[in-house]
Design a protein around this ligand. Structure first.
Ligand code: F6P
Length: 365
């Protein structure tokens, strides 16, 4: 009988997920003794009754490397350690179904689990590994905030999309003599913002790592406008915050999503700039999930494929409790504990920040 690897995608989707799945399946097909199945909607496919799993052979993954999203579906809610249950009074409680899930995986004859997900997913992976599950992680997030890997796949595609947005906003801002604020994703790290701001030539970039002073931004705008003529592009991470304030979160009625729903910083900035005396015409654009959808660029397809192949090779070798990672120029693996120990944030003394300041970009400080 063949050995069975189970693959699943968890957390927010990300361009390149399908290329990872294809890499895993194609690598397994090079062996005589491994087959791959997929769990629908992360671990829900295993926990749901009836079980929702699909066979993943070469035919099933043919041509999916350039498709956005994930053929397996994903979820940001719940999980084996906090499964949401609706009580009779309408309230929600959470139960730990991890032992039951591990039993089900044994029953299904699973020899290895490959979990493609971000920080939250890899925390779950570590907990399952501690319970004895043979599990391997693949780092995914457009935010690029997972430590222990130089890049996560999907990030460069998001940067490309955000840069194209900046390019478009420049032309309309210049035509109307306006300030346009572009809000991009990035909860804890400003990688998408700073990369797209440099690539697109924005005048101001606000990131979570550098709390901003509204008066400094206001001064930059005043300097850029002569007799009412001029334009300014501000790129802001959703997780950016003023020096004396906190990050902005929106109301969310989602059950079981451990992440705060961020958003609204562009609108706040616009109002605060007005209050600080900025009289230029201003507009805001929130890029939102456009950054997560669609076709992955070549870099992300390649990285995702490399991650998929490496993850399957770890399963073949019997190496578990580790996440694949990119340490230029090699694809390696690192223990989950190391990968989840901290976020990969932008260091304020990094060359990226130095470069931004070197071209006169205001970081709000
Ligand atoms: O973690 C990736 C991310 O893109 C964040 O930047 C963003 O805050 C979050 O996902 C939004 O996810 P969702 O709308 O799926 O809950």
């Amino acid at each position: 009988m063949k050995k069975r690897a189970l693959v699943l995608t968890g957390g927010g989707d990300c361009p390149g997920l399908n290329a990872v799945i294809r890499g895993i399946v194609k690598r397994a097909a090079q062996t005589e003794d491994w087959e791959v199945i997929g769990s629908i909607q992360s671990f829900d496919g295993i926990l749901n009754e009836p079980t929702e799993i699909v066979e993943l052979d070469e035919k099933a993954v043919s041509g999916i490397h350039f498709q956005g999203g994930t053929i397996l579906g994903t979820t940001t809610k719940g999980g084996p350690f906090a499964w949401p249950i609706k009580e009779n009074d309408g309230s929600w409680s959470f139960v730990d179904r991890s032992d039951e899930m591990i039993r089900k995986l044994k029953y299904l004859g699973i020899d290895a689990v490959i979990s493609i997900g971000g920080d939250g997913s890899q925390r779950i992976s570590q907990k399952l590994f501690e319970k004895g599950l043979n599990i391997i992680g693949v780092p995914k997030t457009i935010d690029n905030d997972l430590s222990s890997t130089d890049y996560t796949f999907g990030f460069q595609t998001a940067v490309q999309i955000a840069t194209e947005a900046v390019d478009k906003l420049v032309t309309t801002a210049a035509s109307h003599n306006r300030v346009i604020i572009l809000e991009v994703m990035g909860r804890d790290a400003g990688w998408i913002a700073l990369h797209s701001a440099i690539a697109g030539g924005a005048e101001v970039c606000l990131i979570p790592e550098v709390p901003y002073d509204i008066n400094i931004i206001s001064k930059v705008i005043k300097k850029r406008f002569k007799n009412g003529k001029g334009h300014v592009i501000i790129v802001v991470s959703e997780g950016a915050r003023p020096k004396d304030g906190t990050v902005l979160s929106a109301e969310s009625d989602e059950i079981g999503n451990e992440n705060l729903k961020l958003g609204g910083i562009a609108n706040k900035l616009l109002k605060d700039l007005k209050a600080a005396g900025c009289d230029a015409d201003m507009r805001e654009t929130v890029l939102g999930h456009l950054q997560r959808g669609g076709v992955p660029i070549a870099f992300d397809r390649i990285l995702a494929t490399e991650f998929g192949v490496k993850a399957m090779e770890l399963a073949i070798d019997g190496t578990f409790g580790e996440m694949v990672a990119y340490h230029h120029p090699r694809i390696v693996s690192v223990p989950f504990l190391e990968a989840i120990s901290k976020y990969n944030i932008i260091k304020t003394d990094s060359s990226l920040v130095h470069t931004a300041r070197g071209i006169g970009m205001c970081l709000g400080d």
